[in-house]
Ligand binder design. Structure first.
Ligand SMILES: [Zn+2]
Length: 418
């Protein structure tokens, strides 16, 4: 089996892995200016998708000329379509509306733990619950008769993005199924997350304190997963809140797929607890003693900056970021430098800026435990992807030294024979 990494190697973004020449796993974009695509555009016989985040599905519509069947879970289908429509609106795309339509037609819904043969290929593929966002999957690929040789014994587990810790929204990833090679994400390999209960307490206390003192709290969130998780946290602690932005639509979508969340009743309670903000009413929700949970998570779009424009100049107000802030984003600038662009001018933020990282990725201890299990289940080779240069190479080195397996951190464009 030959694996070619077309993106998402020694970087986070544009994840895409080609198995031999005929099966593609993920085809994402990297959000940058301009948007980056995988380094080549293959013509696979079938495509399997791990989860509905832009860095895993964003380039899928560009593959639709060849009309390959696309396999993924029902939530991933809906999120992919939603992200595609969003890209069309923003005009940052290399595809047309017809391509999105074709993608919908080509999609084959697949549940967890159901083994299937994708399209005209001769692989057996199984999706397993990855615990990262609703519908997220790790992809197990077995067999495949390359060049007619009888070498169909290999198997590869592509973890996609995994979370090994339970959250309010989701159960953690299932144990790795047996595979010869594990292609593993390494986003947070060098990091240890704060205990979830402690993280929640600090966040809730901080929000409450500001609201109690009459200030406003803006909680920037990613639309997919994070909005819903934060609403569930606030509901559980009975903190009043508004919700605004694309996360509201995603919440509706997820409520149609109760089997893909941990506690559908708790999600429903969170949806009822949060008051939705109509775009025409955004001026009316400040000073109401309720936190405002809104996209985008890195302040690079959505209504978040609209609110921040109204609250930035008073130290009694607060901005609670809830996830990793990529270098160069307005969120990162706000966090590191205490500044933001307001009406075209970069101004100092008097409002307090805090980080409460409700990460949906496994941390270092989580990844190590997961890989130990994978090796116990028979894995002989580990390839680290979906992380920066430091994390991918550190994970590979650890796997070589501590697990005694073959390990590497492929570069973008690299082929690995397994
Ligand atoms: Zn993801």
């Amino acid at each position: 089996m030959r694996l070619t990494f077309l993106g998402g190697a020694r970087e986070v973004g544009r994840s895409a892995m080609l198995v031999n020449d005929d099966l593609l796993v993920d085809f994402g974009v990297k959000t940058a200016n301009p948007t980056l695509y995988p380094v080549s555009s293959p013509s696979p016989d079938a495509v399997v998708v791990s989860h509905g985040h832009l860095d895993h599905v964003g380039a899928l519509p560009t593959l639709m000329d060849g009309f390959p069947p696309v396999y993924g879970t029902p939530p991933t289908r809906e999120l992919s379509r939603r992200l595609g429509e969003d890209s069309l609106k923003l005009g940052t795309r290399r595809f047309q509306r017809e391509d999105l339509l074709r993608l919908s037609q080509a999609w084959e819904d697949t549940g967890y733990e159901e083994t299937f043969v994708p399209g005209i290929t001769d692989y057996e593929v199984t999706l397993t619950d990855a615990g990262h966002i609703p519908g997220s999957a790790s992809v197990l690929v077995e067999g495949g008769d390359q060049d007619g040789e009888a070498d169909g014994g290999e198997s590869v587990l592509y973890t996609g993005d995994i979370n090994t810790t339970p959250t309010r929204l989701l159960d953690p990833t299932v144990s790795p199924p047996p595979a010869d090679t594990v292609v593993v994400e390494s986003t947070y390999f060098d990091h240890e997350h704060t205990d979830r209960g402690e993280l929640e307490r600090r966040f809730v206390d901080s929000v409450r304190e500001t609201l109690y003192e009459g200030g406003d709290v803006i909680v920037p969130v990613f639309a997919i997963g994070r909005t819903q998780e934060i609403l569930m946290v606030l509901e559980a602690h009975d903190v009043p809140c508004y919700v605004d932005g694309m996360g509201v639509d995603v919440l509706r979508t997820l409520r149609h797929h109760p089997e893909y969340v941990r506690d559908p009743d708790a999600l429903k309670r969170a949806a009822n607890h949060a008051r939705e903000v109509k775009p025409s009413r955004r001026d009316d929700v400040l000073g109401q003693g309720r936190a405002i949970v809104t996209t985008s998570g890195m302040l690079s779009g959505g209504p978040a900056m609209k609110y921040i424009k109204d609250i930035y100049d008073h130290p009694g107000n607060k901005i609670c970021l809830t996830g990793y802030q990529v270098e160069g984003t307005p969120g990162r600038t706000a966090l590191d430098e205490g500044r933001a662009e307001i009406d075209g001018t970069v101004l100092p933020l008097s409002a307090q800026v805090e980080m409460h990282d409700f990460s949906a990725h496994a941390d270092g201890p989580g990844l190590r435990e997961y890989l130990r299990e994978a090796v116990d289940a028979g894995a002989e080779r580990v390839l680290a992807v979906h992380g920066d240069e430091h994390n991918t190479t550190a994970l590979a080195e650890w796997a070589r030294d501590e697990l005694g397996v073959e390990a590497g951190a492929p570069h973008v464009g690299e082929e690995v024979q397994i």
